[in-house]
Design a protein around this ligand. Structure first.
Ligand code: NAD
Length: 472
C-alpha cells in the first residue's frame, strides 16, 4: 500500500474520490502534505445507503464469523503498522513511537474486543413460560472521532460496533483524516462491502451525520461543547448516542510519596501526547509538605525532555496538532500572564514554524484561574499547593467534568480511600491512563454519556430485546 498518496473514501467497499478536496497539514512545519477527499451530502447519503444495504446480512452473520473479520482487520493494521505510523506522525505531529502505539493500540483494541460475547439472560424458565433477554444490533452506526488519537479512538467504536453486528459510517477529524482513510482501504479487502464506510470532510459533515435519518446511533468522541450539539441534533430522530467528551482530571499527590520517583510519572501523566489526552492530568494538587521538592523535581525532569518534529529521532513531544488548538493554549497562557500568575517554566511560544508551545508549568495559580478551571489540552500544567488531602478532594470534585482522576501515595489503602471519593468515571492509584478494550470507560457529569469498552461498551451498540414464550 502506498501511504503517501491516493487518499480515497471507502463507500460500499469501493474507493471513492471526494466531491472536492481539502488540505491536510503537518503541524510540525505547517506544510500541506496531502489533499483529503471532501465528502458531499450526496456521498454521505451513498455511504449510509451502503451501510443500510449491508446491515441485514452482516447482522445475521454468526458472531464467530464477525469475530474472524474483526481479527483479520486487526492483523491488516498490524501488518501495515510501519507505513501507518509514519503517515500518522506526518498528519498528527506525535513522535513515531507514540504513533506506533496509536496504530498498534487500534489493532489491539480490535483484537481485545473480538473476545467479547453478547450476554443472554434467562429471566424465567418454568413449565408456564420461558423468558430471555438478549441484545440485538441497532443498525447503522455513525462514528465520529477526534484528532488526538485518531486510530485507537476510532477503533474504540469500530470494534464493538462490528462485533455487535452493526454497520458503520466512520468519520475522522478533518485535521487527521489520512491514516483512517488508509485503514478504510485495508478494510475493503476484509469486510463485506458497506459494512465499514469511511468518509472525510469539512465542518458540515459531522452535523449531516448526526441529523441523518438513515443513521441509527451516533458514537462520538470529542469536546463537551460539540457533544452537546451532537445530542441536540440526534434528539430529532431519537438516535442512540454514546458521548466521550472532555475532561479536567485532577492528580492528588499525598505527602508520603517518593518525590524523585513520582516526578517523572507525574510529568508524563500531564504531558504525554503534548497534553492532548482527554485523561491527561490537567490539575495537580500537591500536599504542602512536598510541594517545593516535587515542583523542583518535575521542573528538572521537564528540562531533559525533547520537543520537536515527531519524525525526528529522539523527539519525545510533538507540536500541538492544529492551529485552532494552538491558539487556544496560547490564549490560556496569555490570560495567566495578564493575571500575574507565576510560571515555573515555559510560557513563550516559539517563533519557528509549527504549532509548538514549550512545556509550561504554573506555580500555584489560584483555583479560579482559567488555566485551572478549563481543559487546556496542551503542554500546560498548573501545580497547586494544598494544606490537606481533604482540601485537594474538595477542589478536585468542584469541576463540571468527571472523566478520570488519580491519587499518588506509598500507602495504597490510604490512596484508595481518597480515590473512592473522586466523582469521576475512572480513578487510578499510582498510575494514569491505563485503559483496556475489556474494561468500562465512562465520563461522569459533563464528560460524557454512556460507556465505551468492555461488556458495557459493547451493549451500547445493541438494543435490548426480551422474548417471552408461553408454554403449553
Ligand atoms: P471536536 O469536538 O472539535 O471534534 C470531534 C469530532 O467531531 C471531529 O471529527 C469533528 O469534525 C466533529 N464535529 C465537529 N463539530 C461537529 C458537530 N456539530 N456535529 C457532529 N460532529 C462534529 O473535538 P476535538 O478538538 O477533535 O478533540 C478534542 C476534545 O476531545 C477534547 O475536549 C478531549 O478531551 C476530547 N476527547 C475525549 C475523549 C474521551 O474518551 N472522553 C477522548 C479523546 C478526546
Amino acid at each position: 500500500m502506498d501511504f503517501d498518496t491516493d487518499y480515497s473514501m471507502t463507500i460500499g467497499g469501493k474507493a471513492v474520490a471526494g466531491a472536492g478536496t481539502f488540505d491536510v497539514l503537518n503541524p510540525a512545519n505547517e506544510q500541506v502534505i496531502a489533499q483529503a477527499p471532501d465528502c458531499s451530502r450526496e456521498q454521505l447519503d451513498e455511504a449510509v445507503a451502503a451501510a443500510r444495504a449491508a446491515f441485514p446480512a452482516w447482522s445475521a452473520t454468526p458472531i464467530a464469523e464477525r469475530r474472524k473479520a474483526v481479527l483479520a482487520l486487526a492483523g491488516a493494521i498490524a501488518a501495515n503498522a510501519e507505513g501507518l505510523k509514519r503517515l500518522l506522525t506526518r498528519e498528527q505531529g506525535k513522535p513515531h513511537a507514540d504513533a506506533m502505539n496509536d496504530v498498534l493500540g487500534g489493532a489491539g483494541w480490535l483484537q481485545g474486543a473480538s473476545t467479547l460475547d453478547l450476554p443472554e439472560t434467562v429471566n424465567e424458565d418454568t413449565d408456564v413460560r420461558r423468558s430471555i433477554t438478549r441484545h440485538v444490533p441497532i443498525g447503522v452506526v455513525g462514528a465520529i472521532a477526534p484528532w488526538n488519537f485518531p486510530v485507537i479512538l476510532a477503533m474504540f467504536k469500530v470494534a464493538p460496533a462490528l462485533m455487535a453486528g452493526n454497520t458503520i459510517v466512520l468519520k475522522p477529524s478533518p485535521f487527521t483524516p489520512l491514516t483512517t482513510l488508509k485503514i478504510g482501504e485495508l478494510a475493503r479487502e476484509i469486510l463485506p462491502p458497506g459494512v465499514l464506510n469511511v468518509v472525510s470532510g469539512g465542518d458540515s459533515l459531522g452535523p449531516w451525520m448526526t441529523s441523518h435519518p438513515g443513521i441509527d446511533k451516533i458514537s462520538f468522541t470529542g469536546s463537551t461543547q460539540t457533544g452537546r450539539k451532537v445530542m441536540a441534533s440526534a434528539a430529532d430522530s431519537l438516535k442512540r448516542i454514546t458521548l466521550e467528551l472532555g475532561g479536567n482530571d485532577a492528580a492528588i499527590v499525598m505527602p508520603d510519596v517518593d518525590v524523585e520517583k513520582v516526578a517523572e510519572q507525574l510529568f508524563w501523566a500531564a504531558f504525554r501526547n503534548t497534553g492532548q489526552i482527554c485523561i491527561a492530568s490537567k490539575r495537580m494538587y500537591v500536599h504542602k509538605d512536598i510541594y517545593e521538592p516535587l515542583k523542583k523535581a518535575i521542573a528538572d525532569y521537564a528540562a531533559t525532555v525533547k520537543m520537536g518534529d515527531g519524525a525526528e529521532q529522539g523527539t519525545q513531544l510533538g507540536p500541538i496538532q492544529n492551529k485552532q488548538q494552538y491558539q487556544r493554549v496560547l490564549e490560556l497562557i496569555a490570560d495567566a500572564k495578564a493575571n500575574g500568575y507565576p510560571f515555573l517554566i515555559g510560557g513563550e511560544a516559539s517563533t519557528a514554524p509549527g504549532y509548538f508551545v514549550p512545556i509550561t508549568i504554573l506555580d500555584n495559580p489560584p483555583e479560579n484561574a482559567r488555566i485551572v478551571q478549563e481543559e487546556q489540552f496542551g503542554p500546560v500544567l498548573p501545580l497547586l499547593k494544598v494544606d490537606s488531602i481533604e482540601e485537594a478532594l474538595e477542589r478536585a470534585n468542584a469541576s463540571e467534568y468527571g472523566l478520570g482522576g488519580s491519587v499518588w501515595s506509598s500507602d495504597i489503602d490510604a490512596a484508595l480511600a481518597v480515590g473512592e471519593r473522586l466523582q469521576t468515571g475512572t480513578v487510578w492509584i499510582n498510575e494514569t491512563q491505563h485503559l483496556s478494550p475489556l474494561v468500562s470507560f465512562a465520563g461522569h457529569k459533563q464528560s460524557g454519556l454512556g460507556v465505551e469498552n468492555g461488556i458495557d461498551g459493547l451493549l451500547e451498540y445493541t438494543n435490548t430485546q426480551t422474548i417471552v414464550v408461553r408454554k403449553g
